[in-house]
Design a protein around this ligand. Structure first.
Ligand code: GLP
Length: 239
């Protein structure tokens, strides 16, 4: 495990974007696993800036997102589909058919889960998986207490997760209570993992995840067992 302490959120974003950029330079047709949330916003912004300077080329890259709310149309502004279009996909030369976000609108969700995993496998798995961390230690939407060996599946979101993400919705009642999420098994099969964490509110959970016992109560703690984990964090209260 490599832990890189960033000086600021801007520094964290540049460092994370540098690592993603290096992956794309080293393997132009790589498969990137992408995350949503507030933390990756600066990373995506930096990647777009470098794309505009002709420093990074996404034309051969394939992407798979971690999760999506169940029942939100991809056109819904609160959906993770919309987040990805707004914050990355619409601004770089990723091919339209090379970007994938789980579909939370299909009738047969169990089948959609299986197809998502099969599609990732058919691309040879994920080369670099970008991850944020929830305040309760969740990665993607794998909530505490779930089995580590799950594949893509449907989850019921915890109250703390609903509260943390409520800022993106009008009221808690407006929020979907379920999500479709890549499972920990697939995340752990990524060749490299890049975990980013920003802010004092993430310090305790990051410590538990990286140095505490490996426990399903802290889903991110399983990352300790990954052979190629890089953590870029800015969790000091100095800046
Ligand atoms: C959501 C996402 C996670 C993300 C987490 C943390 O729950 N499903 O993938 O890591 O939020 O988000 P933030 O970066 O906003 O703290």
């Amino acid at each position: 495990m490599k832990i890189i302490h960033a000086k600021s959120y801007a520094d964290l974003s540049r460092k994370a974007a540098n690592i993603i950029s290096a992956q794309v330079i080293l393997k132009p047709n790589c498969v990137l696993g992408l995350a949503t949330g507030s933390t990756p916003l600066g990373t995506y912004k930096q990647l777009i800036e470098w794309y505009n300077k002709d420093d990074i080329d996404f034309s051969q890259v394939t992407t798979f997102n971690l999760d999506e709310y169940v029942g939100l149309d991809p056109a819904d502004p609160q959906s993770y589909h919309a987040y990805m279009r707004e914050n990355l996909f619409d601004h770089v030369n990723l091919r339209k058919n090379a970007v994938h976000v789980p579909d939370g609108m299909v009738e047969d969700l169990a089948d959609a889960c299986k197809r998502y995993d099969a599609l990732i496998q058919s691309h040879g798995g994920i080369d670099l998986q970008l991850l944020g961390i929830g305040k309760n230690g969740h990665i993607a939407f794998n909530e505490p207490g779930e089995a580590f060996e799950k594949d893509t599946h449907i989850v019921t979101l915890e109250t703390s997760t609903l509260q943390a993400n409520r800022r993106f919705f009008g009221t808690e009642e407006d929020m979907p209570k379920h999500a479709i999420t890549m499972g920990i098994r697939m995340i752990m099969q990524a060749k490299k993992i890049l975990l980013i964490a920003d802010g004092e509110s993430k310090r305790d959970i990051l410590n538990k995840a990286l140095y505490g016992p490996i426990s399903a109560q802290v889903p991110a703690s399983i990352l300790q067992l990954h052979p190629d984990l890089t953590v870029v964090c800015h969790v000091e209260d100095k800046t």
